[in-house]
Design a protein around this ligand. Structure first.
Ligand code: BMA
Length: 368
């Protein structure tokens, strides 16, 4: 056994030990989001939007603001948020969302009856370079035993502090979904295929979840695994899968296939792989990120996303689908009132099996 193999074996042993001593790895049994989504499976797919309550194309931080509501009359059922920057003690995230506003709005979304999901594009714990440095060798240095492991734990402490401060008006911790180390099958992030092996990624993922659950008491957290589109088979999909004890939601991010001719059929095929794998494992499934940048096709919602979400297996099994953020300075993935794609997006959202916030609340009332 080489030194490298020995090091990896020892690391696996350490992380397995930490994970096996996980006292709160039964998130699927105790987390209300899991229970609720499981109960309504087959009756509707939650529609989500990143940063929905924070800003949109012609507004920011106005009370009650939401481009989804502006177009459809109701809020999304799922609210996406981005934590990147919290680990550097910044006051605003990567996309200029102040963390205090994010906290207030995530609590508001929860109090209204919606579900919150958090992504995290951290700056490197080694030298603070951004996540989009696919060649930077970071991961092996931040794993247990690595030179910057402590710096990484300091980052996790800040993530945990923010997420543990999400409390409802009775002081109870708010349940949420955390989706770390996503799109690891691409080469654009420092935890991606260019600078990190699948084994290293699994260790990183396992350590992250074990630390947050065991050291930071985060039993209110569900964890989502979401590679991008670089798989066709179940084995390929599971290349980076960190283990049944740390993940509750199996997802996929996919923008690319939608841009190819008839690509929505590939999205459907891949979602079938995700769904079948999730079902075998007793997990939930989701289209964790998608969209068409600047919604340049005014029929994209009914003709592309709507086609995918109406596939019979997808309709029967998928829990949620989320489109990315509406940033007037960068890009937007949901139309705003007056945009040529707005009427079509409204039609897609009006389908019986697509759940906006009030649809979701009504369905829960009927099912619980
Ligand atoms: C990307 C883009 C970036 C943003 C990042 C994190 O997809 O939207 O502008 O900073 O997500 O939210």
């Amino acid at each position: 056994m080489s030194i490298k193999q020995l090091t990896i074996t020892v690391l696996i042993a350490i992380v397995t030990f930490i994970s096996c001593n996980n006292t709160t790895d039964k998130a699927s049994e105790i987390n209300p989001i899991f229970t609720h989504l499981n109960k309504i499976k087959g009756q509707g797919i939650l529609f989500g939007h990143q940063d929905d309550l924070a800003y949109g194309m012609h507004w920011s931080y106005s009370k009650g603001g939401s481009d989804v509501k502006g177009v459809s009359g109701d809020y999304p059922a799922l609210f996406g948020w981005e934590l990147g920057g919290i680990e550097e003690d910044r006051e605003v995230n990567l996309d200029s969302v102040p963390f205090d506003a994010m906290k207030r709005l995530a609590i508001y979304g929860h109090e209204k009856g919606g579900v919150n999901t958090f992504s995290w594009h951290p700056f490197s714990p080694i030298d603070s370079i951004s996540s989009w440095n696919g060649d930077a060798v970071v991961v092996k240095h931040i794993l247990p035993g690595g030179s910057h492991h402590q710096a990484f734990k300091n980052q996790l402490d800040k993530v945990a502090q923010f997420l543990n401060e999400l409390k409802d008006n009775t002081g109870q911790s708010i349940p949420f979904i955390f989706r770390p180390w996503h799109e690891m099958d691409g080469g654009w992030f420092w935890w991606g295929t260019k600078a990190c092996t699948p084994e290293e990624l699994k260790l990183l993922f396992r350590f992250t979840v074990a630390y947050l659950r065991n050291e930071k008491g985060m039993s209110q957290m569900l964890v989502a695994y979401s590679p991008d589109r670089n798989f066709d088979t179940k084995n390929e999909y599971l290349t980076w899968y960190p283990g049944d004890d740390v993940v509750e939601i199996l997802g996929m991010d996919n923008y690319w296939d939608f841009k190819q001719e008839n690509g929505e059929q590939d999205v459907i095929k891949k979602l079938h792989v995700v769904i079948e794998t999730a079902n075998e494992k007793g997990k939930l499934s989701a289209l964790t990120e998608t969209g068409l940048s600047n919604v340049t096709d005014s029929l994209w919602f009914t003709q592309k996303l709507g086609v995918v979400l109406s596939d019979s297996l997808v309709k029967k099994e998928l829990s949620y689908a989320m489109v990315w953020r509406n940033d007037p300075k960068v890009h937007f993935f949901f139309p705003y009132p007056g945009h040529p794609a707005a009427p079509d997006a409204k039609v897609m959202l009006e389908a019986n099996h697509i759940l906006l916030l009030n649809d979701y609340i009504d369905l829960l009332k009927k099912n619980l």
